[in-house]
Design a protein around this ligand. Structure first.
Ligand code: DX5
Ligand code: ZN
Length: 217
């Protein structure tokens, strides 16, 4: 089975020891570092803002994968760039002019992604899929780490992979929420090639080993 990209989520890190946890990820087999930005409007929670992401960027040696769970993304794209974003993913449900937002992200030389909430069918991306670098399938309702994986995600990943096979075969298919060694193999088998893991990595006894085990699942 093909190896999958792993993007551990800093949402589950120890915020009193951000530098330590970023350095742990630098030494690990992680491919990206996932950065969850929440505004308390699009999702019922607030995570951290750009002063914190700039601090993360100062220590990170892995590329940063930004997941924006905010209502008005356009004014904040530049701040993501200044925090070293290599991927910016915005939610389908929060965007009015998604095509324009994606074009803006790509014009900055940053990979552009769209995230879908659990209730949003992958079919809504039909007219945009060719322009995307990444689609993020939410496998929990966004806003919190440590939630239970929604099994219907498997069917969505499979459907997206088959759509992408014709339109955009290099598409990154990222799954986010409740990812563990229990569901990772099946997700990859259905077509996921990038997995986010927060609590499963940071709450494990040996996070670096857990990242290796997810990669080699
Ligand atoms: C949830 C965030 C996730 C979260 C995942 O809204 O988008 O990235 O950090 O955490 P776990 O892996 O604990 O479900
Ligand atoms: Zn996320």
């Amino acid at each position: 089975m093909k190896q999958c990209l792993i993007s551990p989520s800093m949402l589950a890190a120890d915020f009193a020891n951000i530098q330590r946890d970023v350095e742990m990820l630098n030494e690990s087999e992680a491919d990206y570092i996932h950065i969850d930005i929440m505004d308390g409007v699009f999702v019922p929670n607030i995570s951290f803002g750009f002063p914190v992401t700039e601090a993360i960027a100062r220590h990170a040696k892995k590329p940063l994968d930004f997941h924006l769970m905010i209502s008005h993304v356009d004014p904040y794209l530049e701040a993501c760039k200044n925090s070293g974003a290599k991927i910016i993913t915005v939610h389908y449900e929060g965007a009015v002019h998604l095509h324009r937002t994606i074009a803006t992200i790509k014009s900055m030389g940053i990979k552009a992604g769209v995230a879908l909430n659990p209730h949003t069918p992958v079919s809504v991306l039909g007219d945009l899929l060719a322009d995307l670098d990444l689609v993020l399938i939410m496998s929990v309702n966004p806003g919190f780490g440590g939630q239970k994986f929604i099994p219907h995600t498997f069917a969505k990943v499979e459907q997206l992979a088959s759509m992408a096979a014709n339109i955009n075969p290099d598409l990154l298919i990222e799954v986010d929420g409740g990812v563990t060694s229990e569901n990772a193999a099946a997700l990859i088998q259905k077509g996921a090639n990038m997995l986010v893991a927060g609590s499963f990595v940071f709450q494990s006894a040996d996070p670096k080993q857990t990242i290796i085990s997810l990669k080699n699942v």
